[in-house]
Design a protein around this ligand. Structure first.
Ligand code: SF4
Ligand code: SF4
Length: 66
């Protein structure tokens, strides 16, 4: 049992503005024109959601998934 976090980026909305790089644990990485999300370290601080002007980011929390 535990908390599983998924950080999802809607690539149809994302304009690669990189404002989500405000993330304190650097979840969002940019490799040329591809955004890579490394969600394991997410602190659920919501800073990325507040920074993203296109509403591209969704964070899902799920408890107890094995
Ligand atoms: S802040 Fe939003 S639109 Fe900008 S790069 Fe990040 S996910 Fe994409
Ligand atoms: S909620 Fe906070 S820690 Fe998680 S991805 Fe967004 S900015 Fe990073």
């Amino acid at each position: 049992m535990g908390l599983f976090i998924s950080v999802l980026v809607d690539k149809g909305r994302c304009n690669l503005c990189k404002k989500c790089q405000i993330c304190p644990v650097d979840i969002f990485k940019f490799d040329n024109d591809i955004q890579v999300v490394d969600e394991d370290e997410c602190l659920l601080c919501n800073a990325c959601i507040e920074a993203c002007e296109t509403g591209a980011i969704t964070i899902q929390k799920e408890y107890g998934k094995s």
